[in-house]
Design a protein. Structure first.
Ligand SMILES: Cc1ncc(COP(=O)(O)O)c(C=O)c1O
Length: 379
């Protein structure tokens, strides 16, 4: 039989039907501890929920199936998952990562690099030669990339990055938060570990924080990541895990609608007189469009940036005058958000001051365009 499409896999999350009650949605397992039998053996597969819990299992199986990985692990936030990956790097080893990437992940990298004598090279993600030059054969253990990269939406060629990492004996980790497995399966393109901040599209309702790692192989680095989760304890509560599973059921339809809304907004503003540039990988004018077409096979996502004429003042004025777009950080929810990224990232931010980041939701796109139009009319 043909393998089911992600839309079907997600809608039926886990293909769950309770054999006792016939319930079609999985139960929540809040128990932190699990009883032993008369021989003092665990009755089931579980002992203590910092290690594993049936509700995490549901989400992890779904995530592994979606990304085509061997195993997945759920964490209490995206950063808990990312830091578990970097925690596997030893003193004297080296990490390569892009200059433009999720800023907290980069702050964490800089901190561990300084404190633990780990080498760190940041490279310009828009330049494939820079990526290869950043890797030190024999020293680099992780090449970390994010695609499309927040908030310029630079697109990194995952297959090329994987080849560069593997040539040097390193593994490739890809932050696919913005692309999601609905449009990009990074492991199929050669990545070793794929990461999602499940706080964003996977959950989609801006009501929990979670992170997911999916591995291609259960290799020693993966065993160490599982060891770190178990001992550091960055696990998600059972209720949040269950909510995430519920959110994931509608991931495909939400992501597809957000992508089509974002493309229409990007096309509408591409030639707007008050705009310097629209940054969206779905536009032919975007420098990463050709790669994006190859590796984003079902939509270019709901994230785009508008570079506004008139600098930071004009950009912030628009953010405050929007009525439907909520001025708030984060992304990937059903509701549209706007953010003046340089302000949120603070003084070290590399983001241009006139950039407004939009997380386009699933509302009616004509309402969203009308909202943007009225705000632009005021400047
Ligand atoms: C691209 C990307 N990666 C990682 C993270 C970190 O995820 P979390 O906020 O769930 O810890 C974020 C959060 O904004 C993000 O946007």
């Amino acid at each position: 039989m043909r393998k089911h499409s992600p839309r079907t896999i997600l809608a039926q999350a886990g293909h769950f039907v309770d054999s006792v009650t016939g319930a079609v949605t999985p139960p929540i397992h809040p128990s932190t501890t699990y009883a032993r039998d008369d021989d003092y053996e665990p009755i089931g597969d579980y002992v203590y929920s910092r290690t594993q819990n049936p509700t995490y299992d549901q989400v992890e199986h779904l995530a592994a199936e979606l990304d085509g990985g061997a195993e997945a692990r759920l964490f209490s936030s995206g950063m808990a998952a990312i830091s578990a990956v970097f925690e596997t790097v030893g003193i004297g080893q080296h990490i390569a990562a892009p200059t433009i990437m999720y800023h907290s992940a980069q702050d964490w990298l800089r901190r561990i690099a300084e404190k633990r004598n780990i080498g760190l090279t940041l490279f310009n993600a828009a330049d494939p030669d820079a990526l290869r030059q950043a890797i030190k054969p024999g020293e680099t253990v992780i090449l970390w990339v994010e695609t499309p990269a927040n908030p310029t939406w630079d697109v990194i060629d995952i297959a090329e990055a994987a080849a560069a990492a593997h040539d040097a004996g390193a593994v490739l980790g890809v932050d696919c938060t913005v692309s999601t497995p609905i449009t990009t399966r990074a492991l199929d393109l050669g990545a070793d570990i794929v990461f999602h901040s499940a706080t964003k599209y996977l959950n989609g309702h801006s009501d929990l924080t979670a992170g997911i790692l999916v591995t291609r192989e259960a290799d020693p680095r993966w065993e160490e990541i599982k060891f770190i989760r178990k001992h550091v304890g960055g696990v998600l509560g059972a209720f949040e895990s269950w909510l995430l599973l519920r959110g994931m059921r509608t991931l495909a339809i939400r992501f597809e609608r957000a992508s089509s809304n974002a493309l229409k907004i990007a096309q509408y503003f591409e030639s707007h007189p008050k705009i310097d540039a629209v940054l969206y990988p779905g536009l032919e004018s975007h420098p990463g469009h050709e790669i994006a077409k190859r590796q984003m096979t079902n939509g270019f996502g709901g994230m785009l940036s508008l570079c506004v004429k008139g600098g930071a003042m004009a950009a912030k004025a628009i953010a405050t005058r929007l009525k439907l777009f909520v001025s708030a950080t984060s992304l990937g929810g059903v509701e549209s958000l706007v953010e003046h990224r340089a302000t949120v990232e603070g003084p070290l931010s590399q983001v241009q001051p006139n950039l407004l980041r939009l997380s386009v939701g699933i509302e009616d796109v004509d309402d969203l365009i009308a909202d943007l139009k009225q705000a632009f009319d005021t400047i």
